[in-house]
Design a binder for this molecule. Structure first.
Ligand SMILES: Nc1nc2c(ncn2[C@@H]2O[C@H](COP(=O)(O)OP(=O)(O)OP(=O)(O)O)[C@@H](O)[C@H]2O)c(=O)[nH]1
Ligand SMILES: [Zn+2]
Length: 357
């Protein structure tokens, strides 16, 4: 029997769908095993929350190896089975299957796992010079692939000339029914506007480029109305206002907000096939192209070019290009550079030979 307190864990984001995927834990071998959520991962160990208190814990080496074999690792937001041994040490013995997961491609080309079990991604973009519908389109494609519901949050509405016009522009361009709103991230109203996505049991992340207002919004969301009338220390996004567990914050509205350094600099990452699923209009049309491997560029008989806005097609090409680049590992990159060196040497030799030198 696995011990858990649904009401307490629901405030940490536990949902019924996750319970359905719980692994079998035989009571005889595992007395007192319990369910907990990871709130911080460090090099040596991690922190868990059971809905009441936080525990320092370590993953069983066997579990670590099993995850490495699957090119992943424990991250904030993961639900796990924990057990305490006779020495009073807490060990993570199993990972509950993830409902979804965000990872990014590190500079060395390796996949870096970031966070799991997220309901909603608030895609943050400023209504100032940062405003860029094409970037938003890419973020939307990526969150869709990850199985995370997107909400577009345009910040700096107070600085914009005509936020309504910008919203209309996006609504005309982006997939129908994409929730979007314009807010002043510094004002209480932002919390009210986002309330529908911040209920108990919900887990949210903020994604967006630097300077778009993620910290500002975090501070606004973390502050209870009473506390917000007091001075909110700028740059303090560690949420001193609420019961806070390191990188997983509980918002007054009931939701959990995951904020890890990796998520802050998250860049869309997925492979080409997954990515093109985010452009299903292009996929559907591509079936009618004359050539099966049509790139929708110059090919005759292309059913996509002309049927899709140029802008969207250009964005599609860019996303595919980025995906191909991102897939190159360090070794592949080295091999590629080496190949280029050989080719350019050969070209120089060839040129010399031609000059007769
Ligand atoms: N007027 C106004 N200023 C805003 C708003 N949102 C953010 N700002 C300001 O924009 C600047 C950048 O906001 P941050 O919250 O630090 O941006 P960030 O996304 O956290 O940036 P990184 O930490 O670099 O990822 C700050 O000076 C904020 O005060 C808004 O809605 N209205
Ligand atoms: Zn085509």
């Amino acid at each position: 029997m696995l011990e858990y307190d649904f009401v307490a864990l629901n405030t940490l984001g536990l949902q019924s769908a996750l319970l359905a995927a719980l692994p079998e834990v035989p009571a005889a071998d595992h007395p007192g095993a319990w369910l907990a959520r990871i709130t911080e991962v460090q090099r040596e160990g991690l922190f868990l929350h059971d809905g009441h208190i936080e525990h320092a814990a370590r993953p069983l080496p066997g579990l670590v190896h099993a995850l490495v074999a699957q090119a992943t690792a424990l991250v904030v937001g993961d639900w796990v089975i924990a057990e305490r041994n006779a020495l009073g040490e807490t060990w993570v013995t199993a990972l509950v299957p993830r409902l979804n997961h965000l990872a990014r491609r590190a500079n060395d080309g390796r996949r870096q796992p970031l966070a799991s079990n997220i309901d909603t991604a608030l895609l943050v973009m400023g209504l100032d010079h940062d405003f860029n519908p094409r970037r938003l389109e890419r973020y939307l494609a990526f969150t869709r692939i990850a199985g995370i519901a997107p909400v577009i949050v345009l910040t700096k509405a107070d600085l914009a000339d005509d936020p309504e016009a910008r919203l209309a522009e996006l609504a005309a361009r982006l997939p129908a029914h994409t929730p979007m709103l314009a807010v002043n991230a510094l004002a209480d109203g932002a919390r009210d506007a986002l309330a529908p996505w911040l209920g108990a049991g919900q887990t949210v992340v903020l994604l967006g480029a630097s300077g778009t207002g993620k910290s500002t919004l975090t501070n606004t969301l973390l502050a209870t109305p009473a506390q917000q009338t007091g001075a909110v220390r700028h740059g303090d996004n560690r949420g001193r206002h609420t019961t806070v567990a390191r990188h997983l914050f509980r918002l007054p509205e009931g939701a959990c907000l995951i904020d890890t350094p990796g998520l802050r600099t998250w860049r869309p990452d997925a492979d080409e096939a997954e990515l093109s699923a985010g452009f299903d209009d292009i996929q559907a049309l591509a079936a009618h192209c004359r050539y099966r491997d049509c790139q929708h560029r110059e090919e005759p008989g292309c059913a996509v070019r002309g049927a899709v806005p140029d802008d969207r097609l250009r964005n599609y090409h860019k996303v595919m290009h980025d995906a191909r680049q991102g897939r190159l590992t360090m070794l592949e990159r080295k091999a590629q550079t080496a190949k280029w060196k050989v080719i350019s040497k050969a070209a120089v030799a060839h040129a010399k030979a031609k000059r007769g030198g």
